[in-house]
Ligand binder design. Structure first.
Ligand code: ZN
Length: 269
């Protein structure tokens, strides 16, 4: 492929918080020790649409409701400081947060939505199911109401992708975020009420959010324990989705999977 014509020009990772995972408890017969993993936000530079973020990481807005935040910390071992916030990190890179024109949101979790309100102007893009949950945000839903964007933030649901892609052998529906084939989207059921994964065909990168804790479950063919399954919204769907990703990786080893908590270094780090 001619790199000079690629629609996605560059990809960078920001670490916007950390979460600890106890692998021996979360997977059957697992020798991987407990790991403190990053909460990743990815920044893409699109030739036509400019600067795009995938998710937004943690921010102090999560502490807005102290009771909900304390409850959240009993379930998730999440840590973050002000230096981790996406707006602070962009400013450190001499980037005005206003350059972010699109946010691709994988799902409505505090670790993905925490920084949305730190960005002054953007269009929120995802699968229709995820955007519906954003619009219908339950005001009693723990931390989420304090981090959800105002209703007037423009939203764009990915339309059906008519072209050819290997993803059609694995997923019933494949969507096209911008209608130009640069970023495809699929539903990844199980982890949350709705979750969207994003595939960059030019780069063979599949951002699969929280469909797995990180790439080690796919690389080592780990089986989720009942403890891990119980913490998912729809446990059977979570297993099915993980198995789909394992088959995709087996058939196409050249695909790089990135997750919210992937720990390996990117090319430019
Ligand atoms: Zn999640």
């Amino acid at each position: 492929m001619n790199k000079n014509k690629d629609k996605i020009i560059s990809l960078k990772r920001y670490i916007c918080g950390y979460e600890e995972f106890n692998f021996p408890i979360l997977y059957k017969k697992c020798s991987i020790p407990k790991k403190k993993l990053p909460i990743n936000v990815f920044m893409l530079e699109h030739r036509k649409y400019g600067t795009i973020l995938i998710n937004t990481g943690c921010s102090n807005l999560l502490k807005h409701n102290p009771v909900s935040f304390a409850k959240f910390l009993t379930k998730y071992s999440v840590t973050f400081t002000e230096e981790d916030f996406i707006d602070k990190q962009l400013e450190k890179d001499k980037l005005d947060p206003r350059i972010v024109r699109k946010v691709l949101l994988t799902h409505c979790d505090p670790q993905c939505c925490g920084g949305l309100k730190l960005l002054p102007r953007y269009e929120l893009c995802s699968g229709a199911k995820v955007l519906t949950l954003v619009i219908l945000c339950d005001p009693t839903d723990g931390l989420m109401p304090s981090v959800m964007p105002p209703q007037e933030v423009p939203k764009k649901a990915a339309g059906i992708f008519e072209g050819q892609t290997i993803l059609k052998d694995y997923f019933k529906w494949v969507f096209d975020v911008f209608g130009d084939g640069s970023i495809l989207a699929v539903d990844l059921p199980g982890h949350a009420k709705a979750m969207t994964g994003f595939f960059l065909p030019e780069k063979n990168i599949f951002f699969a959010a929280d469909a797995s804790i990180d790439e080690s479950a796919i690389e080592n063919d780990l089986t989720p324990s009942s403890a891990l399954l119980k913490s998912q919204c729809y446990p059977n769907d979570y297993s099915d989705t993980l198995n789909t990703l394992k088959s995709l990786k087996k058939d196409y080893p050249e695909i790089t999977f990135l997750f919210t908590h992937s720990s390996f270094l990117m090319n430019n780090e």
